[in-house]
Design a protein around this ligand. Structure first.
Ligand code: NAP
Ligand code: GCO
Length: 265
C-alpha cells in the first residue's frame, strides 16, 4: 500500500485566505498539487490575495463572498463548480475575535462572532457536502483554536464558537463518514497573524507585551508559531493518507495543551 499525500487534481476552497493562516494553508495545499480557490470580503482583498499567491507561483481563483451569507455562499459554490470544478477539500478558516469582558459584551457582538466562527462553517459545509457525496469523497477541515478546549478572560464568544466548531466537526464526521467524507479540525496555538498582533505589540518602554511573555512561558517551544507551520498538518488532513482519521482535532500548538507553563522567576 502506498502512502499518498498528493493533492494532484483536487480543488480546495479555503475561506478568508487572502493572508494569514488561510493563505499559508492554501499555499501548502497548492504545493501538494491542489488547485486553490479562496474568498474574502471585498474585491481589494481578493486582488491582493491573488497577487500574493502569484508571488508564490500559485494561480489561485479568488471570489468576493461573506461566509455568513447563505445565499452568497451557495452562489459562490455553484460558480466554483462551474468555473473550477467540484470542491474536494473545504477549509473553514475565516474567523473573527472580539476581546471584550463578557459582562460588557452586547448580545449583538456575541452573535456576530458566533455567526462568522460557527454558523459560517455550517453554511459552507452544508453547501459542499451534496457534491462530495455524489463524487464519493470529500475533506472538510475546520480551523478551531486553543479556545476549543480552554477559556480565558475577554473571549467568551470566541471560545463558545470554537468549542461549538469542535463539536460540529465531530457531528459532520458522524453524519457523513459513510460517504467517505472526513471532517477534522486543526487547533492552532498562538500564531503570528494580524488577528493576534494586538497581543504582541511592543510597550511604550520597549518591553514585550505582557501577553506575549505569557504565551512564550506557556509554550514548550518558547515562541509564537508561524502560519506556515500549519501547512503540513493541513496537507495531511486534506490527503488520502488521512482517510481513516475522522472527527479528530489536531492541535498544532507547540505543546501548549500538554504543558502547565513555566514557573515565574
Ligand atoms: P486573520 O489574520 O484575522 O484573517 C482572517 C481572515 O478571515 C481575513 O482574511 C478576514 O477578512 C476573513 N474574514 C473574516 N470574516 C469574514 C467573513 N464574514 N467572510 C469572509 N471572510 C472573512 O486571522 P488568522 O489569525 O489568520 O486566523 C484564521 C483562522 O484561524 C480564524 O478562524 C482564527 O480564529 C483561527 N485561529 C487563529 C489563531 C492565531 O493565533 N492567529 C489561533 C487559532 C485559531 P478581513 O481582513 O476582511 O477581515
Ligand atoms: C486570544 C487569541 C486566541 C488565538 C487562538 C488561540 O485572544 O487569546 O486571539 O484566541 O487567536 O485562537 O488558539
Amino acid at each position: 500500500m502506498s502512502i499518498d499525500f498528493s493533492l494532484n487534481g483536487k480543488v480546495a476552497l479555503v475561506t478568508g485566505a487572502s493572508y494569514g493562516i488561510g493563505f499559508a494553508i492554501a499555499s501548502g495545499l497548492a504545493k501538494a498539487g491542489a488547485t486553490i480557490v479562496f474568498n474574502d470580503l471585498n474585491q481589494e482583498l481578493v486582488d491582493k490575495g491573488i497577487e500574493a499567491y502569484k508571488a508564490e507561483g500559485i494561480e489561485a481563483h479568488g471570489y468576493v463572498c461573506n461566509v455568513t451569507d447563505e445565499d452568497a455562499v451557495n452562489a459562490m459554490v455553484a460558480t466554483i463548480e462551474k468555473e473550477v470544478g467540484v470542491i474536494d477539500i473545504l477549509v473553514n478558516n475565516a474567523g473573527i475575535i472580539k476581546r471584550i469582558p463578557m459582562h460588557e459584551m452586547t448580545a449583538a457582538e456575541f452573535r456576530q462572532v458566533i455567526d462568522v466562527d460557527l454558523n459560517a462553517p455550517f453554511i459552507l459545509s452544508k453547501a459542499v457536502i451534496p457534491s462530495m457525496i455524489k463524487k464519493g469523497h470529500g475533506k472538510i477541515i475546520n480551523i478551531c483554536s486553543m479556545m476549543s478546549e480552554l477559556g480565558r478572560e475577554t473571549v467568551s464568544a470566541y471560545a463558545a464558537a470554537k468549542g461549538g466548531l469542535k463539536m460540529l466537526t465531530r457531528n459532520i464526521c458522524s453524519e457523513y463518514g459513510e460517504y467517505n467524507i472526513q471532517c477534522n479540525g486543526i487547533g492552532p496555538g498562538y500564531i503570528e497573524t494580524p488577528q493576534t498582533a494586538p497581543l504582541r505589540e511592543t510597550q511604550p518602554d520597549g518591553s514585550r507585551h505582557p501577553f506575549d511573555q505569557f504565551i512564550i512561558s506557556k509554550t514548550p517551544a518558547g515562541r509564537w508559531l508561524k502560519p506556515e507551520e500549519l501547512a503540513g498538518p493541513a496537507v495531511f488532513l486534506a490527503s488520502e493518507a488521512s482517510n481513516a482519521v475522522n472527527g479528530h482535532i489536531l492541535y498544532v500548538d507547540g505543546g501548549i495543551l500538554a504543558y502547565i507553563g513555566k514557573q515565574p522567576k
